[in-house]
Design a protein around this ligand. Structure first.
Ligand code: GLC
Length: 419
């Protein structure tokens, strides 16, 4: 099939396929592989130039505990996440599933079992949608680099790659997301045979969502380590590390605070995007305690405020203004003000163009008394201290007459009393 026809076809079925994902908002990324044993980032093999034969030894010393994926899934559920994406093979080339393409896999080596199967079972047990990360780049395969120079090597490497994708799409029941990564060293989708490869995946999994990292735009964009909205109409998912490394890194001092995670989810919701937040389990599969603690609190916060982020949100840019005390999300006739710098007993919002019928705290539904004049909405009798003890982010819901809009020009001050 030619590229244009293929892209048209996938675009046609996208609105239906992508609905659950766009309402899900928040997912868990899991980077787990041999590199966890070294604890120095998942790029350790490449960055330290560890010879392949030496690195291979890690395949025999890896002995994860029984079914750690159940812990990840339970935590994801508790944190308010709706889906997971796990590395089935990272750049190191070690396959976590039972593959016929190479013996360098979890069944034949140290773990002695199919870790992808355990992951899939855990997702289903906890009712989470299932994503497979697959690195196209491969530092272990003999043709992984050579494929850019030699046609024979390219053919062998593509057969291997397509064989892997076919197995992943055939042997584990319904899979919801195919998450490609790093398409080095081939420099075009034609060279990768991306259309054929992903079309095959789609034939096996007609509902699947595919990311943009096999050199085709596909279903969604993947900003990495920054939460930046794509252009309007384009789906996107920001993937973020929790501590600066995707793979387990015990010495990291950089764990993101709960408050920052909440802010990232808000930014995603404000731009109609998703947040895919990573955990890098330890070699035995345990979740680092820093992640567990924080995600439990994120979950507590989301249980109280989830209404402001899940579901069919609208884009905030162009509709609402920046405010010194907080930021917005929008859904239909409701505006949600995520107040992250609590102003004390009164909160004033300028320039709201829509009539507010009701104001309330999302966390417990308590109504808030307010006065609205043409240019100012004054929320009154608020507690002196920020009521949110978890993240210092209190969400206020404004139920409006129509789709909310706010307009504030810099420097243009129109006093109500002057009218
Ligand atoms: C990068 C890195 C990789 C990581 C990925 C996650 O492309 O190479 O290690 O898995 O981003 O988005």
């Amino acid at each position: 099939m030619d590229t244009e026809t293929y892209l048209e076809q996938t675009a046609g079925t996208r609105p239906e396929r992508i609905r659950w994902w766009q309402e899900a908002r928040f997912g868990m990324f899991i980077h787990w592989g041999l590199y966890a044993q070294l604890g120095r980032h998942e790029w350790v093999m490449n960055r330290e130039r560890i010879p392949v034969e030496q690195y291979e030894a890690l395949a025999d010393t890896w002995h994860p505990k029984d079914r750690p994926a159940r812990e990840w899934a339970a935590l994801a559920k508790q944190a308010g996440m709706k889906y997971m994406v796990m590395t089935t093979k990272h750049h190191e080339g070690f396959c976590l599933w039972d593959t016929a393409q190479t013996d360098y896999n979890a069944v034949k080596r140290g773990p002695g079992r199919d870790l992808v199967r355990e992951y899939v079972d855990a997702c289903r047990e906890f009712d989470l949608k299932i994503g497979f990360y697959y690195s196209l780049m491969d530092w272990h395969h003999a043709d992984g680099a050579r494929c850019a120079q030699e046609e024979g090597a390219r053919r062998r490497f593509l057969d291997f790659t397509q064989g892997c994708v076919r197995e992943l799409m055939s042997n584990y029941g319904k899979i919801d997301i195919l998450w490609y990564d790093v398409s080095w060293p081939l420099s075009s989708p034609e060279a990768w045979e991306s259309v054929q490869m992903t079309n095959m995946a789609r034939e096996l999994q007609p509902h699947i969502l595919v990311n943009n990292r096999a050199q085709l735009p596909e279903d969604f964009g993947t900003p990495e380590e920054h939460v930046t909205a794509a252009e309007k109409g384009r789906a996107w998912e920001a993937c973020m590390t929790f501590n600066g490394s995707w793979g387990f890194m015990p010495i990291s001092p950089d764990w993101r605070p709960v408050r920052e995670v909440v802010d990232m989810v808000r930014t995603a919701a404000a731009g109609q995007g998703n947040l895919l937040l990573n955990i890098g389990p330890t070699p035995d599969g345990s979740v680092p305690p820093e992640a567990t603690e924080r995600l439990a609190l994120v979950g507590d916060w989301i249980r109280q405020n989830g209404e402001a982020l899940y579901g069919e949100v609208d884009r905030v840019d162009g509709r609402m203004e920046w405010m010194p005390t907080g930021s917005w999300t929008l859904k239909g006739n409701n505006a949600y003000y995520w107040c992250s710098r609590w102003p004390g007993q009164e909160l004033v919002i300028g320039g709201l163009r829509t009539k507010v019928n009701r104001a309330s705290f999302v966390a417990d539904g308590t109504p808030i008394t307010f006065e609205q004049t043409e240019n100012r909405l004054v929320l009154k009798n608020l507690p002196y201290h920020d009521p949110d003890r978890i993240a210092g982010v209190t969400v206020i819901k404004l139920e409006c007459d129509g789709p909310p809009e706010q307009k504030l020009g810099a420097g243009v001050v129109v006093l109500d009393s002057a009218r």
